[in-house]
Structures are given as structure tokens and as C-alpha cells.
Design a protein around this ligand. Structure first.
Ligand code: SF4
Length: 197
């Protein structure tokens, strides 16, 4: 899957926002009207969690999942997929495979939401390209459920869907095509609602 839109790098957040409403991509990346949302609390919580994890917990997940090695806080860029991302941990296994591990400051919801599958699949694509290893599954740790680990087994549909969304986003950014609206229930608190017609 080569996308061939040189110079554009999308983040996981960009993709998740596009899934919520494709017009966010149009406003933010084509009209260049950034979204102003209060995210400091979440970011701060994430940072605190991350710091304590780095200090106290360095080898724990690797042992629990029987990985032979891991890298922490891995920033990867892919020109091929027009993606960049920062992955909490990349685990390496004895059979030559690798996988992303992501910490969520939340309770385990009991299901794997579509957005989470997308996020994890994007990390998998970055790892696969950068490290040249198969990435058949990813892991999510829910810190508020006693560090419960949920495993995501990727399917070819996951990567096809990510490719379709990335292509759609890149077309919006390059060609300025105004995408479909989100369902009206999502518009209520949207910062673009006054100018979105
Ligand atoms: S107002 Fe609704 S359709 Fe428009 S950008 Fe916001 S969420 Fe999307």
C-alpha cells in the first residue's frame, strides 16, 4: 500500500479525528483552521503515568507477555504511508515478530473499539516498515483495570480500512474536497459548528 502524497505526515490523532468527523481534516488541514480544545489535563495525566511507568515498571510488561526485548517511547515516521507516531512500547518476540503496546489511563471497556483497532493497526504499520518484522498483533494495557492487557489480532481488513481512510484524508488535504458531515449528535460541541454549513 503506497500512498504517494509527498510531504504530508498524519498522526494517529488526525486519523481518529477524521473518523469522528471527516470535516475536521478539511477545516484543520486544508482550510488551516486549527481546533482549539482543552487537552492539557489528559496530556498531563498521560505524562505523569508515563514517567512513573518509566521509573518503576521498565521490565514488567515485557516479562508478562514473554517478549525478549522492547523499546520505550518509539517515534517513527513513514513517508510511504504518510504517517508519524509515537508508540509507548515496541515489543520484540522470540519468533521474530514485533508488536506495539499502548497504555490507556482507563478501565478496560470489555471490547475493542474500532478507533482502538485503527490506532493499533497504524502503529503496526509503522513498526513493520521501520523494523522489517511481521506485526500480527498489538497490546493495550488498561491501567485502571489492574493493568489488564487486551490483545488485538490484526486482520487484512484492518490494514485495508486504514489505507482507505488515509487515502480519503490525503485527497481532502490535497484536493480540498469537502467531505460528508458527521451525524448531527456530534455537532453540538464542535468548535466549527458556526462555520460548518
Ligand atoms: S459541525 Fe458537525 S459536521 Fe461540521 S465539523 Fe463539526 S462535527 Fe463535523
Amino acid at each position: 500500500m503506497d500512498l504517494d502524497f509527498p510531504g504530508i505526515l498524519l498522526t494517529v490523532t488526525d486519523v481518529l479525528e477524521h473518523l469522528y468527523c471527516p470535516r475536521f481534516t478539511w477545516f484543520e488541514k486544508y482550510q488551516m483552521l486549527p481546533e482549539f480544545q482543552e487537552r492539557r489535563t489528559k496530556v498531563q495525566m498521560g505524562r505523569t503515568l508515563h514517567e512513573s511507568r518509566e521509573k518503576n515498571n521498565r521490565g514488567y510488561m515485557r516479562q508478562r507477555l514473554q517478549a525478549v526485548d522492547k523499546q520505550i517511547d518509539v517515534s517513527l515516521v513513514s513517508e510511504r504511508y504518510n504517517l508519524r507516531g509515537r508508540i509507548d512500547e515496541v515489543l520484540f518476540f522470540k519468533d521474530g515478530t514485533a508488536g506495539p503496546l499502548d497504555y490507556k489511563f482507563a478501565r478496560d471497556p470489555g471490547v475493542i473499539y474500532r478507533t482502538l483497532r485503527f490506532q493499533s493497526a497504524i502503529y503496526a504499520m509503522l513498526i513493520q516498515e521501520h523494523f522489517g518484522r511481521p506485526v500480527p498483533r498489538g497490546y493495550v494495557v488498561y491501567t485502571r483495570s489492574n493493568n489488564f492487557v487486551r490483545t488485538i489480532e490484526y486482520t487484512s481488513d484492518d490494514f485495508r480500512e486504514v489505507g482507505d481512510i488515509l487515502r480519503e484524508m490525503l485527497n481532502v488535504i490535497q484536493n480540498g474536497h469537502l467531505p460528508r458531515r458527521a451525524p448531527p449528535s456530534r455537532c453540538q460541541d464542535c468548535c466549527y459548528r458556526r462555520i460548518c454549513t
